[in-house]
Design a protein around this ligand. Structure first.
Ligand code: MOS
Length: 722
């Protein structure tokens, strides 16, 4: 096998960092797009002057500390406020008896969310449910009193034990990734030369953003102000207004810098709801910052999944049938969809395809989107099963994928807007050195280590959501661009500045960008891999309209647009980003230790706005996928139902020492119909990596690992070699 340095990609990226293919398609002259630029706020971040939500100085600030339920189901019998009321600095204790009333209509994308209705009654729906907020002059005083607050419960039997055949299992909400059924799956399976019929499991996982969730809320007259760590200030402000029965104009939320979200900051978070309750009662500014264990226990988790897959193929590898049934857990408090079967409707052609999603309500924190929701666990199952099929057919796993490339959407029948999965697979295989792979397992050894390689193909849905933007042509020739976007640390500020400069045909120094403020108007959140696409659309449209406006050298001219109608006019297509991920692992048969030695991802994500940041983002996603494959696992005590590893000592995330030579690059790609040809690169890096690693573990050892994470003990469990 040729040596892989991971640094030798002259053919796609030109020397100035511009993507040759996509820049050519776009044909734009100014050239701010496609150039590798460092983050605008990079210096502020590394010197510590960038302010995150908990850093903002606020006068007369009080601090709230959250008290969480220790039982998984039951009722609050008593909260003995008298025990802490006279402790130093204590200002207020808020619980279900005195908390402001919340509007039950408030919710999220999937409907009303009872998870938001904190401190409204004595019911305990899950362990970790906030039961009180202690407010004090200092953070330490608030924490001391919160720890001392006696809460007594009537404990009731709980159920946190997930399985696909749980008696409460029911069809998932079909808002998206609804059931699909084309062809005759049973007949096609019966006619198949080879059938794979296996079950795959993924555990509860936690978003684990570096910055803990923090909110500071205060009143200015009748206006509620908040600085909050979230993924979309406009969206969060609208939910908050509903929750507290305020008019939207009364609520303003800002979010200057955010230290990651990964889905957990997509909702109106408990820190914000509790801080607002506290400031409503005290009329003083109140800050609530979650501790690390509270982040684990109260903010969105990825649900456990249990997936069954049957795939049948002819001897030449043509797929006859794919049957994918996925179950996931949720809470009766809130609907959610872990869309595990979405990829199954996109990736491969087959005569018959059937999918079904099942939801299992349990006494747990309501799950929500995390890092490639649905697609990450779904692709682990589907792409593991495809690898098993290749093994049983005796076909190169790469070739198996190439042979089943669809010409139209396998379920929808719609044309693909653009589909460059094959380019990802072929280019990735070339760079990785796939051609020299011996496809038989357990053939490579280095000393006592077993060595194997694996791959996975992936997709992630692409598109845009309505957003508004305003651009002001200033008399001095510069432009002020205002959009309710958020920068989670992904580089949105830098990307949007380049997009605006390009659209207005000025240098980036001529752009003043304002983001992170709900007062800037409706805008999609940094989520669903649709932030940049949605915001870029609004900015380019505003710039186009501004160009048609007469300029007044004496005063500013402002244009505001909303893309709702433009999006409605977009023709229906299968729109997805694609990637191919290649992994090489070593397995130590003595200890069961799996180490990833190298990872390569080739991505088709539409036009790349900033290759430096996009590469960084997909590499970050691949590290998340590596972490999913080998480390991340929320563990519950079956007796108490409590999550017992709610910290970074017990919940393992890939550290530097776990992260090998990772390389990522982009094939030329362009999304027709969407301004700039952008697709979105936010989450696809996460998708596919776990399957590629699991497939490499099989190749190294000859044993399939169908339960994530692939822990040492799981490797040793069945290991025959001593
Ligand atoms: Mo994402 S998991 O849509 O923030």
């Amino acid at each position: 096998m040729t040596a892989f340095t991971g640094r030798e990609f002259p053919d796609v990226t030109t020397t100035d960092g511009r993507l040759a293919g996509s820049a050519g398609v776009a044909g734009l002259a100014t050239g701010a797009i496609g150039i590798a630029r460092p983050r605008i706020e990079g210096r502020a971040k590394v010197t510590g002057s960038a302010r995150y939500a908990a850093d903002e100085p606020v006068r007369d600030l009080a601090f709230g500390s959250v008290v969480l339920s220790t039982v998984s189901r039951g009722r609050i019998l008593d909260i003995d406020v008298s025990a802490v009321r006279d402790m130093p600095g204590v200002l207020d204790v808020i619980d279900h008896r005195n908390a402001p009333r919340l509007n039950p209509a408030a919710g999220h994308f999937f409907g009303p969310d009872g998870g938001l209705r904190l401190l409204q009654d004595d019911a305990i729906p899950y362990a970790g449910r906030p039961v009180a907020l202690v407010v004090a002059e200092t953070l330490e005083q608030a924490q001391a009193a919160a720890e001392a607050l006696p809460v007594t419960y009537e404990e009731q039997p709980h159920d946190t034990d997930f399985s696909a055949d749980h008696p409460a299992a029911r069809p998932a909400l079909a808002l998206f990734d609804g059931p699909a059924n084309i062809g005759d799956v049973e007949a096609e399976l019966a006619a198949s030369a080879v059938v794979v019929d296996e079950r795959y499991r993924t555990p509860e996982e936690h978003c684990s953003a570096m910055e803990p969730h923090s909110a500071t809320a205060w009143w200015e007259g009748e206006h509620l102000q908040a600085i909050d760590s979230n993924q979309g200030p406009f969206y969060v402000a609208s939910v908050l207004a509903t929750l507290f029965s305020l008019s939207f104009e009364q609520v303003r939320i800002r979010t200057e810098h955010v230290g990651g979200g990964f889905g957990s900051k997509g909702l109106c978070g408990p820190q914000l709801i509790l801080a607002v309750m506290a400031t409503m009662r005290s009329r003083r500014p109140v800050r609530v910052t979650l501790t690390r264990d509270q982040v684990f226990l109260t903010t969105a988790l990825r649900p456990e999944t249990d997936q069954s897959i049957r795939i049948g193929a002819d001897a030449d590898g043509r797929l006859r049938a794919i049957h994918h049934e996925a179950a996931f857990e949720l809470s009766p408090l809130a609907e959610y969809i872990e869309g595990c079967t979405e990829l199954t409707k996109t990736l491969y052609a087959a005569s018959a395809i059937r999918t079904r999603l099942t939801a299992v309500p349990l006494d747990i924190l309501p799950p929500y989107s995390m890092r490639g929701p649905g697609a990450a666990p779904g692709s682990f199952a589907l792409e593991s099963a495809m690898d098993e099929l290749a093994e049983r057919l005796g076909i190169d796993p790469l070739e198996l994928r190439l042979r089943n490339e669809p010409t139209v959407g396998p379920i929808s029948g719609l044309p693909f807007s653009s589909r460059n999965l094959v380019a990802c697979l072929r280019e990735g295989a070339r760079r990785f050195g796939w051609a020299t792979r011996d496809h038989r397992p357990r053939m490579r050894r280095e000393g006592r280590l077993l060595v194997g390689t694996g791959l996975a193909a992936t997709s992630f849905s692409a598109g845009a959501f309505p957003s508004s933007a305003s651009i002001t042509a200033e008399p001095d020739g510069t432009f002020t661009v205002a959009i309710g976007a958020t920068d989670l640390g992904t580089g949105a500020r830098t990307a949007l500045t380049a997009i605006a400069a390009d659209a207005l045909a000025v240098g980036t120094e001529g752009i003043r960008l304002r983001i992170s403020d709900s007062d800037l108007g409706p805008a999609w959140s940094a989520g669903g891999s649709r932030g940049t696409t949605s915001w870029a659309w609004a900015i380019t449209e505003a710039a186009a309209r501004l160009r048609d406006q007469p300029r007044d050298p004496a005063r500013p001219v402002t244009v505001t647009v909303d893309t709702t109608q433009l999006l409605n006019d977009l023709p229906a297509r299968e729109r997805h980003s694609y990637s191919a991920v290649f992994a090489e692992v070593t397995v130590d048969p003595a200890t069961g230790e799996v180490r990833v030695r190298r990872l390569l991802g080739m991505f088709a994500v539409g036009r790349v706005v900033n290759p430096l940041m996009a590469r960084s983002q997909v590499i970050g996603g691949m590290i998340g996928g590596l972490s999913m494959a080998l480390h991340e696992e929320g563990i519950r005590d079956p007796v108490s139902g409590r999550h017992i590893n709610a910290d970074f000592a017990g919940y393992h995330i890939a550290a530097h020492a776990d992260v090998p030579d990772i390389e990522a690059d982009f094939v030329p790609d362009y999304e027709p119909g969407i301004p700039l040809g952008i697709k979105g690169a936010g989450e696809i890096g996460n998708v596919g990596t776990a399957a590629a690693i699991a497939n490499a573990v099989w190749h190294a050892t000859g044993f399939r690992r169908r339960t994530l994470p692939i822990r040492l003990d799981r490797v040793l469990e069945e290991y025959p070699l001593k």
